[in-house]
Design a protein around this ligand. Structure first.
Ligand code: 5AD
Ligand code: SF4
Length: 468
């Protein structure tokens, strides 16, 4: 067979798999089910929607239960505990497969890009049928076809790619909001981070492809999009016709019917004045910026290869707050990077106090083999790290509570996202700044933007009341 492009080829394999699945359906007298379990970040969630898109096109019924005919784990490896979680879960899955040997088990995503992981899976988890990585997720139908036809284990990992395959099927978890990839990979090589090794070099999608995708989403009822990339601020640099991220946002903003635009993640080193300006004057770009600090110590930032220092970060925070006073500023912080002293840690606390983050994700440094930091001396003892982590978390929480309180008793526009699972009769939604509010409301509200009075700040969220 010869194909004009990869999309055509994969559509051929989708059709072939469809025939095989239809035959099994006949045999079993029921639909076949598939369950995709996602670990890790927004990027992976988006990839999983594409994987599930391919599987439903093939004829599988989507299921959230791992007692399915096909189970696919889309893995993460950013920190050691992400890996441990997956090994644990595979133990559980092996028991299910023992009872149903026909079941197909697949592993893909970031963790599979590490040779030592694949080696371990092949040795200790021999029931896994299909292994692939981050660069070839679009191959799912082809790999599945090969597995179904051969009965053998299929393993295909690519070391990298320059290709971006467009136009394959996808399903969406929410019909009113969606992630949109604008770029893949990362070129930053922060010294602690495994992402550039498992996600490859930076590649931007063409603006026309992004805009067309968003137009199509809006036609189908989407009101909020989240633009996804490891470092959205460097979007467009590698394109034949370069365009800045701010320029892309201005184009997206013009799409009629689109109400809210979010993006993540921003790198402080590439955050431009142009972007701040575009955000400040925009009606659609949400009042939210996730700007990972990692450490407040200029000395450590240098060793982390972050290309900014404490002062520069604080300047950015200041600029953002001046230009967009109601912005929700959030961050990521790592505690216990090799060689971190109490003085370094105090610098981090100082930035947290000064930048007054609305919320922060705090992480204990995790050694990732293959990264420069893994070989650095002076790994910080566990008890010291734990103590610092607790102190940081206390400060972050104290500031979050204070910041949340500021909007108490104000009316804000809220995109209603889901039925609240804990409080009967309540729904939950998000403000422009990404804070969550729970309030009395019904299913019909889901997907619409409504005014809500934030009656009570509860630390990190609000209890509100719909304004009628
Ligand atoms: N250890 C701990 N945290 C890490 N992160 C990335 N790599 C590591 C690591 N080796 C954190 C960073 C990043 C977030 C997604 O994960 O804070 O911003
Ligand atoms: Fe996302 Fe990074 Fe985890 Fe991959 S390793 S899923 S890119 S957080």
């Amino acid at each position: 067979m010869s194909f004009n492009n990869e999309t055509e080829k994969q559509k051929f394999y989708i059709k072939k798999c469809k025939e095989l699945v239809a035959a099994k359906e006949q045999l079993y007298g029921r639909k076949l089910t598939a369950c995709v379990v996602t670990f890790g970040c927004q990027m992976n969630f988006k990839d999983s929607e594409k994987l599930m898109g391919i599987l439903t096109e093939i004829g599988y019924e989507e299921s959230e239960d791992e007692h399915s005919d096909l189970v696919l784990y889309n893995t993460c490896t950013v920190r050691e505990n992400a890996n441990l979680k997956i090994y644990g879960r595979l133990g559980y899955l092996s028991k299910i497969k023992e009872k149903n040997p026909e079941m197909i088990v697949g592993l893909c995503g970031c963790m599979m890009q590490e040779p030592h992981v694949v080696e371990k899976i092949n040795k200790s988890y021999r029931f896994v049928d299909i292994i692939f990585g981050t660069h070839n997720i679009f191959l799912l139908a082809q790999l599945l076809y090969n597995r179904l036809m051969s009965g053998h284990k299929i393993e295909e990992i690519w070391e990298g790619t320059t290709e971006i395959v467009e136009d394959l099927p996808t399903v969406r978890k929410y019909n009113f909001k969606s992630g949109v990839n604008i770029m893949y990979g990362c070129n930053n090589f922060c010294s602690y981070c495994i992402v550039p090794y498992v996600r490859g070099r930076e590649r931007s999608r063409k603006p026309e492809d992004i805009l067309n995708e968003i137009r199509e989403l809006v036609k189908n009822g989407v009101v909020e999009i989240m633009l996804l990339g490891q470092n959205v601020n460097s979007y467009g640099k590698t394109l034949d016709n370069p365009i800045t991220f701010a320029g892309l946002l201005e184009e997206i903003e013009k799409i009629e019917g689109l109400e809210r635009i979010r993006f993540m993640t921003s790198h402080p080193k590439d955050l431009s004045d142009e972007l701040i300006e575009v955000m400040a004057k925009s009606d659609k770009i949400c009042r939210q910026m996730h700007l990972p600090l990692q450490s407040g110590s200029s000395r450590l930032l240098k060793i982390m290869n972050r290309h900014y220092d404490k002062e520069h970060f604080l300047e950015l925070a200041d600029k953002l707050r001046k230009a967009i006073p109601d912005i929700g500023l959030t961050t990521d912080i790592i505690v216990g990077f090799p060689g971190e002293t109490e003085e370094d840690f105090q610098e981090t606390l100082d930035v947290v106090r000064k930048a007054e983050f609305d919320s922060a994700f705090t992480f204990i440094y995790s050694k990732r083999s293959g990264t420069p930091a893994a070989k650095m001396p002076d790994q910080v003892p566990e008890d010291v790290v734990k103590d610092r982590f607790d102190r940081l978390l206390n400060l972050v929480n104290e500031i979050s509570r204070k910041k949340t309180k500021l909007l108490e008793n104000t009316v804000q526009q809220v995109l209603v996202e889901e039925i609240n699972k804990k409080i009967p009769g309540y729904v939950s939604g998000r403000l422009s700044n990404n804070s969550v509010v729970h309030f009395k409301g019904a299913q019909e509200l889901i997907g619409s933007i409504v005014p809500v009075n934030l009656k009570e700040a509860k630390g990190f969220y609000y209890i509100g009341e719909l304004v009628k």
